[in-house]
Design a protein around this ligand. Sequence first.
Ligand code: GUN
Ligand code: ZN
Length: 433
Amino acid sequence: MTTHALRASILHCTRDPGLAGDTSAVEYLRDAVVVIEAGLIAAVAPADALLPTLGADVQIEDHRGKLLLPGFIDTHVHYPQVDVIASYGAQLLDWLNTYTFPAETRFAERAHADAAASFFLDRLLENGTTTASVFCTVHPESVNAFFTESERRNLRMIAGKCLMDRHAPDGLRDSAITGIAESRDLIERWHGHARSLYAITPRFAATSTSEQLRAMGELAGAFPSTYVQSHVAENKAEIAWVAELFPEFRSYLDVYDQFGLLRDRSIYAHCIYLDDADRNRITASGATPSFCPTSNLFIGSGLYNLQQALSAGNRVSIGSDVGGGTSYSMLQTLAEAYKIQQLQGVSLSPAYALYLATLGGARALSLDDKLGSVVVGKEADLVLLDPLATPLLARRTSLRDDPLDTFFALMTLGDDRAVAATYAAGQCVHRRR
Ligand code: GUN
Ligand code: ZN
């Protein structure tokens, strides 16, 4: 078994620091070594204690001066929207029809899906994201393309085939019957294969009939270890449309709930316009809201109230939502999250920001036994950040000798340039040029 080690400053959360940022929930080891064996973290300790115990054959990569963090977790993103990012001038429903659906139609072609999956995963890795919950298109081959590429890189990824049996153009619809049969086949092929995990993926309530939603809920019940991912309460016109389509339900979220799609391991992007009853149902069911700040600003959807969600006990996570979102960088995603909270009079602490993108995401996905912090036994998915990546960052981060302040500067000013390297299961999968 090959053993190797990384030497750097380690920064991670050991528990939930809360929105205000209890710094005792954050551990910082200025000069530390992480030993990696068989893709897992085998040891972590200060360098002066650990180095003398290592055999002469252990290769040590020396990154002193850089910050080693758990790999970032993006709980909501669309890989088929690589060509949709930065599309001008539309809010959600027009944006879907004008830009998104035409782009997704092209994924009927396997070669297009292969190339897009590879391009997308390279973008995640150059941004330090090692786990994501990913929408594919309605085409089962788009899922095969995605997992083939993610397994080639040995990544822990969640993904699934979108289901839509109405209100979508030709070439992007399945049916209650075919959508479920295809999803079931994909679950059997990919869920638990290598590091892949499957998500049953209703696009949103408006593009599925009651029949299809019911069948997805049954599938989610039959495979409780799979994920469910969808969108809810993102945009006011969308909410009004769902209310028209499902007049008998108490709320938009209640549609998913009544069809059995609200449970542990279900991820609902946006959740901007929920009421107290909805937020309490989210908590009781174990579902996670994925807060998607760059998307919410770019598509003009609204300002997510993080404090309200946390007060209701929601396990919130954070998503890029590219192509509605404008950056694959979780650093940039956190920067926009901070601004959205500032507009509502709340300052998102650096400690909680770090938590949202790492251990908080892992917890929301029930993967915190494997991911989210730099501790022995967890999978060695790590990101190495460079506080001196740009002249501005170098100037700003040299002002104060405080790791959380450095992280705050990195999330505010940084992006892929600040990611020196990314490791998946201990192997380097990206190194900055
Ligand atoms: N609602 C339904 N589909 C989508 C999508 O692709 N992106 C976003 N942001 N919202 C959606
Ligand atoms: Zn989305």
